[in-house]
Ligand binder design. Structure first.
Ligand code: FAD
Length: 492
């Protein structure tokens, strides 16, 4: 109760979010903006700080803490506190060219590192960021500003996810002629066809794309580089090529019966639903629908949570989410102090919705699928799940999750969604450009340049599956490296 009061006092009222049973009736964002006055109070709270850790993105322990973009959080919050919204927008966009994306989907490393977090809820920096950028759009401060002078250099960017978009913005601003190639029918990468509408409405991407086009950036969708265009041709035509193709190679589940009809990778499922919505729901149901089905989501992370939320909106009969690892503690353990990233239990929007609909948390920990059972026609019918325990591997000495014999259980399943992580870059692209990759198939680089001269890489394709905020950071950094390479120096 005391915690609840504190949250109300500082403006974190739960009413900001539409109630789970209401929001599952649609696929729209369910987060209502807060009044600018309330946000000013949050800026005010930031001013109580002595040493800000929020802006100082750095490794603390084994994980990253604070903003990877080094957003000037206290300075921006100070401007918000004084109601100087236009200056706050300018200060924020000095470090973050795409705050409309991060303010919706970032796990807010800044807030977890916030000094207030030691005693009470953190300053709502992410919420302030959203208020700043939405207010800026409303007031017409975000507008086209093509470069006054062109350098005559041409850059091709392959992949239009947040990394490619950030790189395009920066390189175009510098005066280079930028073309973004995207194999999909619409731009945005995983912020378009991974992250569902509920978290990020796709009009937010279209709004930014229009300004980028007006600035002179060209977008070529439906072009698969390495297949539709030869890598060699692209290299010949452009002065530099930037690969921001993501890390979309999904990790599979090698259980018997895997070929049953009704088992999909999470992104295939999520993309099908988003495309169905964007194309105007021309069929009654999404091509991969959970309606009236028992759904199993394999993987307890954010992608799995997005599948849970989507399946519930589609009218699933039941949703079970399997996680191999044990349930994390509800509060920080002694060996995980502030300002480290908190390794604690997070009950995200999809799980909250499952609790509201089915009356229980959909997650089962220390469990995986041992076998998929299909009917005579090859359709998925059931899954055999098995409990796991942590045991030391005699050969390597490493702890491993291993099945507990006799713990097998059959559960009904007509739809299984595999959200078990990603394995790195796709081979046909790295082969086409003949760039070196590391043991995890991430593209190897030296100051963002690959083993092939004039070909650069950034984002998930370089660092492995990560976060939107990191993709943007990499986009900014690769633009700097390309500019230096083309001009001999950089002022980006
Ligand atoms: C379901 C899901 C939910 C997520 N939720 C969050 C979240 O809430 N918050 C967060 O911070 N992060 C989240 N992430 C992670 C985040 O989306 C990624 O880290 C980020 O999008 C990576 O950006 P990127 O630009 O490097 O690559 P991507 O976004 O993967 O974009 C790569 C683009 O390159 C295109 N491409 C690939 N090869 C070619 C080619 N040969 N020719 C032309 N185009 C090509 C692809 O079609 C794609 O559009 C989520 C990821 C998933 C899968």
């Amino acid at each position: 109760m005391e915690e609840q009061n504190k949250k109300m006092e500082f403006g974190m009222d739960p009413e900001r979010f539409e109630a789970p049973l209401e929001r599952i009736k649609h696929f729209n964002e369910f987060h209502a903006p807060v009044s600018l006055e309330k946000q000013q109070n949050q800026g005010d709270r930031c001013m109580n700080c002595g040493v800000p850790f929020c802006q100082n993105g750095q490794l603390v322990g084994t994980m990253f803490s604070g903003c990877p973009l080094n957003n000037l959080v206290p300075e921006t919050n100070n401007l918000v506190c004084g109601g100087n919204w236009e200056q706050a927008y300018e200060r924020l966009t000095k470090t973050n060219p795409l705050p409309e994306f991060t303010s919706r989907v970032c796990p807010a490393l800044c807030e977890h590192a916030c000094t207030h977090n030691l005693f009470e809820p953190p300053v709502e920096t992410k919420e302030n960021e959203r208020a700043i950028i939405e207010n800026a759009y409303k007031n017409g401060w975000v507008h086209s500003a093509p470069p006054a002078v062109r350098t005559g250099k041409k850059v091709a960017i392959v992949g239009s996810g947040p990394s490619g978009l950030a790189a395009a913005l920066k390189l175009n601003k510098r005066g280079h002629e930028v073309t973004v190639f995207e194999r999909s029918d619409r731009i945005g990468g995983l912020i378009r066809y991974g992250i569902p509408n509920m978290k990020l409405d796709k009009s937010v991407i279209d709004r930014r794309m229009e300004i980028m086009e007006a600035d002179g950036i060209k977008f070529r969708t439906g072009v698969d580089v390495g297949k539709d265009i030869k890598a060699e041709d692209l290299k010949k035509e452009y002065d530099a090529v930037v690969l921001t193709c993501g890390a979309s190679n999904p990790r599979d589940i090698g259980a018997p019966g895997r070929d049953a009809d009704g088992i999909y990778f999470a992104v295939t499922y999520l993309a099908a639903n988003t495309k169905w919505l964007l194309d105007g729901r021309k069929t009654e149901e999404s091509p991969i629908s959970a309606k009236d089905k028992n759904v199993i989501v394999i993987g307890g992370g954010d992608t799995g949570n997005d599948c849970v939320g989507t399946a519930i909106r589609q009218g699933a009969k039941s949703v079970t989410q399997l996680e191999m690892m044990p349930m994390p503690p509800e509060e920080r353990a002694d060996n995980n102090p502030w300002p480290e990233w908190p390794r604690v239990l997070k009950t995200d929007y999809g799980q909250q919705e499952a609790i509201a609909v089915f009356g229980h948390d959909p997650r089962i920990y220390k469990t995986t699928v041992k076998e998929f059972i299909k009917d005579k026609k090859g359709k998925l019918k059931k899954a055999v799940i098995v409990s796991l325990e942590s045991k030391k591997d005699e050969k390597t000495g490493r702890m491993q999750m291993v099945p507990i014999e006799g713990s097998e259980k059959e559960i009904p399943a007509e739809l299984v969604l595999i959200a078990a992580g990603f394995l790195g870059s796709e081979k046909y692209v790295t082969d086409a450009f003949k760039v070196e990759v590391d043991g995890r198939t991430n593209v190897s680089t030296n100051d963002f340049e690959t083993s092939v001269k004039g070909v650069f890489a950034a984002g998930d394709m370089r660092r492995g599956q990560s976060l939107v905020v990191w993709a943007i950071r990499e986009g900014i950094d690769v633009a700097r490296a390309v500019d230096k390479n083309l001009m001999g120096y950089t002022n980006l």
